[in-house]
Design a protein around this ligand. Structure first.
Ligand SMILES: Nc1ncnc2c1ncn2[C@@H]1O[C@H](COP(=O)(O)OP(=O)(O)OP(=O)(O)O)[C@@H](O)[C@H]1O
Ligand SMILES: [Mg+2]
Length: 307
C-alpha cells in the first residue's frame, strides 16, 4: 500500500504549525503563494482590471504577474515593504511608467473595460481620468487659485468664453465657482479662502497636500491614485487627509499606497499586500487581511516582524 500523498495545503498547514520555513535575507518566511489568496470577490462594478502585469526596469523584474480587479467608488490600499513594487504598480494604472525610460510594462490594465495599454490611447485624457497625488506635495509655484484653475484651463474646460457669456456667466464667475468647489471638497477652503492669490508655496505641508488633492479634483477625475500622501505630515494633517479620502470614495475610486498599517486598516475597503520580489501575495477585504490573513508572511509583515 502506498503512503497517502500529502496535499500542498497539508504541507503548508504543517509548516505554519511548526513555523518551518526558510528565512530570507529580509526576514521573510519562504512560502508558496496560492492563487485563491489573491482572488478577492466583491459586489458592484469593477473600475480597473489588471491582468498578468509584469514590469521590468532593465534586467530587474520589479512586478511579477500581478492580476487584480479594483472596485469602483471604494478605497483600495496597497501595502508591503520598501521596494516591493507598490509605486511601480500604481504608476501602471495611468501609464506614468511610460515616462521611465528603462521600464518595460507587459500585461493588461483596463479602465471601465477598455484597455489602456493599446495604441491610440490619449495619455493626457487618461491621466485626467486617473489622477495622481504624490508623496511630497508638489504645488505649482503659482497662486492657490491658479493651482486649481490651471488644469481645467489646459484641458479647455474653463476657456468656454463665449458659451459662458451666452449663459450669462463670466469666465471669472465660472473659475471662482470651480476653485471654491475643489477647495471645499479637499477640506481646505476654510483655511485659505481669504488668500487665494497668495503663492501656494507659502502653505504648510499638510495644506499643500490638500491643495494638490484639490488640483487633482479640478479636472474631474474618476480614479485618484495616491502614493503615501500623508507620510510627510503631522498627525492632525494626516487625520484630515484620511477623513478626506473617506469622503472622496463616495464619488471616486481611490487607490492608495501607505506604509502605515493603521492607516490602511482605518481608511480602506480592501487591501492588497505586495511582498519582496514584486509579488502580489494576498488581496481581500481589509478586515480579513488584518484580522485573519491566509499568508504567514502577510501575518508577519502586518504584525511588524519584517519590512
Ligand atoms: N525608475 C526606476 N528605475 C529603475 N529601477 C526602479 C525604478 N523605479 C523603481 N525601481 C525598482 O523597482 C523595484 C520596486 O520599486 P518601487 O518604487 O515600485 O517600490 P515601492 O514598493 O514603491 O517601495 P517604497 O515603499 O520604498 O516606495 C525596486 O527594486 C526599485 O529599485
Ligand atoms: Mg513607493
Amino acid at each position: 500500500m502506498s503512503e497517502p500523498t500529502q496535499k500542498p495545503s497539508d504541507i503548508d498547514t504543517e509548516r505554519k504549525r511548526t513555523g518551518e520555513g526558510i528565512e530570507t535575507t529580509s526576514g521573510e518566511t519562504d512560502e508558496r503563494v496560492r492563487e485563491e489568496w489573491r482572488e478577492f470577490e466583491f459586489d458592484g462594478a469593477t473600475k480597473l482590471s489588471v491582468e498578468n502585469l509584469n514590469v521590468h526596469y532593465g534586467e530587474d523584474h520589479a512586478l511579477k504577474d500581478v492580476s487584480m480587479d479594483i472596485p469602483e467608488n471604494s478605497v483600495t490600499a496597497l501595502i508591503g515593504p520598501s521596494g516591493c513594487g507598490k509605486s511601480t504598480f500604481l504608476r501602471c494604472l495611468n501609464r506614468m511608467n511610460d515616462r521611465v525610460k528603462s521600464a518595460r510594462v507587459d500585461g493588461s490594465v483596463s479602465l471601465d473595460g477598455k484597455e489602456i495599454y493599446q495604441e491610440g490611447v490619449n495619455l493626457v485624457e487618461l491621466r485626467k481620468r486617473v489622477g495622481m497625488v504624490f508623496q511630497s506635495p508638489n504645488p505649482f509655484p503659482k497662486s492657490i487659485e491658479e493651482n486649481i484653475s490651471y488644469g481645467p484651463r489646459k484641458h479647455g474646460d474653463l476657456e468656454t468664453g463665449l458659451l459662458a457669456r451666452l449663459f450669462g456667466r463670466s469666465d471669472q464667475e465660472e473659475r471662482d465657482e470651480l476653485v471654491e468647489r475643489c477647495l471645499r471638497d479637499a477640506a481646505l477652503w476654510d483655511e485659505v479662502n481669504d488668500r487665494l492669490d497668495d503663492n501656494a508655496l507659502g502653505l504648510s505641508g499638510g495644506q499643500q497636500q490638500r491643495l494638490c488633492i484639490a488640483r487633482c479634483l479640478s479636472v474631474d477625475p474618476e480614479v485618484i491614485l495616491m502614493d503615501e500622501p500623508a507620510s510627510a505630515l503631522d498627525p492632525i494633517a494626516t487625520a484630515k487627509i484620511e477623513d478626506l479620502i473617506d469622503d472622496l470614495s463616495e464619488e471616486y475610486t481611490v487607490v492608495i499606497v501607505t506604509h502605515n498599517m493603521q492607516q490602511a486598516a482605518r481608511i480602506s475597503d480592501q487591501t492588497a499586500v505586495f511582498l519582496t520580489g514584486g509579488e502580489l501575495v494576498e488581496y481581500d477585504a481589509t478586515d480579513k487581511i488584518f484580522e485573519n490573513p491566509e499568508s504567514q508572511r502577510v501575518e508577519e509583515y502586518i504584525s511588524g516582524k519584517f519590512g
